[in-house]
Design a protein around this ligand. Structure first.
Ligand SMILES: NC(=O)c1ccc[n+]([C@@H]2O[C@H](COP(=O)([O-])OP(=O)(O)OC[C@H]3O[C@@H](n4cnc5c(N)ncnc54)[C@H](O)[C@@H]3O)[C@@H](O)[C@H]2O)c1
Ligand SMILES: [Zn+2]
Length: 385
């Protein structure tokens, strides 16, 4: 039951292939793309331990000459220094313009390998083989690549599209459960913001509602996982193909992210992970939308039920504590937090749901989302555990 989703862009269209067991077919997928013979496979040491052999064997079997490079694990290594190391390996292995860089890993590996591919010889072939749920449904699609600057996340980067995104759902079996749930937050987000054009199909949101559990891959059928991946990739592909460079529509992907980003940065990225922060952001945005009578309380409850089903609020406690600093960040309704959120909104817009499957952009002002409502919602926001 493999699925193929086309990503149609003016300059460079490509496909997302979702097929169980496809990692061992990586070589034959690449062979169909008419690439040069050299491939640089980039990952991190942990993922290489699990999947390097199968990927390299498959590439070699298809006739590719393969070099490999592990980037040290983690967001802290998403730096220009790590990119320089990739360039050094590219040089050492004499990668040419026709050569290919393949990213095998989560969003960190994908963003960095993509940026290296975008800039080496002003752009060589790039293939994404995402291994985390978040990378499969979000980071690997849409062409955003880059690294962090000491002053901020993802400040350096380029839009650069891959030639192929190859998703093997079976690799999720080794993904830590908390990382799985973080990806599920983005899946739930798609359910709230997007509806497929084919109204004959039940939408993603409904399918998530019907699932018995969403918190652990071990309790998800292979069929449901395939459906979740397919619908989520279709959602992201649809949005980015209508707005490749984020001038307008792509902003809807930031649903739950305005408050989510504020929580992440206030807690110094150490208490809740990205998906958990986005989940809290969606709970808050859902409540704001209810207060503004943009959608109904019943719809808000349906959204929150999915978030609870994915156990995304397990690590949240208010006021959020930062253990290593032995200090407490202010409760969510404090001036400091609210000011941060309002500051962010000046650049970002608030994305609020109008119904399940549809959102719109709203600005903070007296007619729309007022500061008063944000304050009220953050004060009332209770995360029960
Ligand atoms: N380019 C985009 O559009 C976009 C979108 C969203 C996020 N991002 C970026 O993606 C990054 C987050 O991605 P992420 O959540 O995948 O984090 P990540 O890449 O750090 O991966 C999370 C952890 O899971 C491990 N892992 C991944 N796949 C595994 C597997 N199959 N088995 C065992 N362990 C596995 C990784 O080694 C890592 O420890 C951030 O840097 C973010 O900025 C980019
Ligand atoms: Zn996100």
């Amino acid at each position: 039951m493999p699925s193929v989703i086309p990503v149609k862009l003016p300059q460079s269209s490509y496909e997302i292939a979702i097929a169980p067991g496809s990692l061992s077919e990586l070589g034959s997928y690449l062979a169909k793309l008419n690439l040069g013979t050299k491939v640089l496979l980039v990952s991190n040491p942990e993922i290489f331990k699990l999947y390097k052999d199968v990927a390299v064997n498959s590439l070699q079997k298809a006739g590719f000459e393969v070099a490999t490079h592990p980037i040290p694990e983690g967001e802290v290594n998403k730096t220009l220094a790590s990119i320089e190391e990739i360039y050094n390996i590219a040089l050492k292995n004499r990668l040419k313009r026709s050569s290919t860089m393949v990213a095998l890993g989560g969003g960190v590996v994908g963003d960095m390998t993509g940026f290296a591919a975008a800039t080496w010889f002003r752009g060589i072939n790039f293939v994404q083989v995402p291994t985390s749920l978040l990378a499969m449904v979000d980071a690997s699609i849409g062409g955003k690549t880059g690294v962090n600057h000491p002053q901020g996340k993802n400040l350096i980067g380029a839009f650069y599209q891959p030639r192929l995104v190859l998703i093997d759902p079976q690799v999720l079996k080794t993904l830590p459960v908390r990382e799985f749930r973080a990806g599920m937050a983005e899946v739930i987000k798609y359910g709230v913001i997007w509806e497929p054009n084919l109204s004959s199909q039940p939408d993603l949101f409904r399918k998530l509602e019907l699932a018995e559990r969403l918190d652990d891959l071990a309790h998800l059928s292979e069929e449901l996982l395939q459906t979740i991946l397919t619908c989520s990739c279709e959602a992201k592909a649809d949005v980015v193909s209508k707005d490749e460079k984020e001038t307008d529509l792509r902003a809807i992907l930031n649903y739950g992210h305005t408050i989510g980003h504020a929580i992440e940065s206030l807690t110094k990225y150490s208490v809740v992970n990205h998906g958990e922060a986005v989940a809290i952001g969606m709970v808050a945005a859902g409540k704001i939308a209810t207060k503004l009578q943009m959608w109904t309380e019943a719809e808000e409850k349906r959204q929150n039920k999915l978030i609870e089903k994915a156990k995304l609020l397990e690590n949240a406690e208010f006021p959020i504590k930062i253990p290593e600093l032995k200090s407490e960040i202010p409760p969510l309704n404090s001036e400091e937090v609210i000011n941060q959120i309002i500051e962010r909104d000046k650049k970002d817009f608030f994305i609020l749901p109008t119904k399940i499957g549809e959102v719109k952009k709203v600005k903070i002002d007296e007619n729309g989302v007022s500061e008063k409502i944000i304050r009220e919602v953050l004060t009332e926001l209770k995360i029960s555990r």
